[in-house]
Design a protein around this ligand. Structure first.
Ligand SMILES: [Zn+2]
Length: 105
């Protein structure tokens, strides 16, 4: 994920590179997590330890570490915002999409 390795390009502290590594790992975990949610196992996949909860921590760390550069991480930002809105709910847009798909079947 070039997006994560490029974020805050001018910042070369060990803290910044460690955070980039965690962001790449988180992205993969989140993609897999959302796939599970879409597969219909909603309610069992989201808990205190799921990537949604982690998104909030990572986002605040990214803003702290990369400043303005963090704004380009839209995938992380939207997940962090959704998690902050309602930690127990899945992403509203995905919910709507699942409902539409079900109605069409
Ligand atoms: Zn979740």
């Amino acid at each position: 994920m070039t997006l994560y390795t490029m974020v805050g390009a001018g910042i070369s502290s060990s803290e910044a590179s460690a955070l980039r590594t965690r962001l790449v790992a988180w992205h993969d975990a989140m993609v897999a997590h959302e796939r599970k949610i879409r597969a219909g196992r909603t309610g069992r996949v989201c808990d205190e330890e799921c990537p949604h909860a982690e998104a909030r921590h990572l986002w605040s760390e990214a803003v702290e570490t990369f400043g303005e550069g963090a704004q380009g991480l839209t995938f992380l930002r939207t997940r962090a915002m959704d998690a902050a809105k309602a930690s127990r709910r899945v992403i509203p847009s995905d919910e709507a999409r699942v409902r539409t798909a079900t109605a069409e079947v």
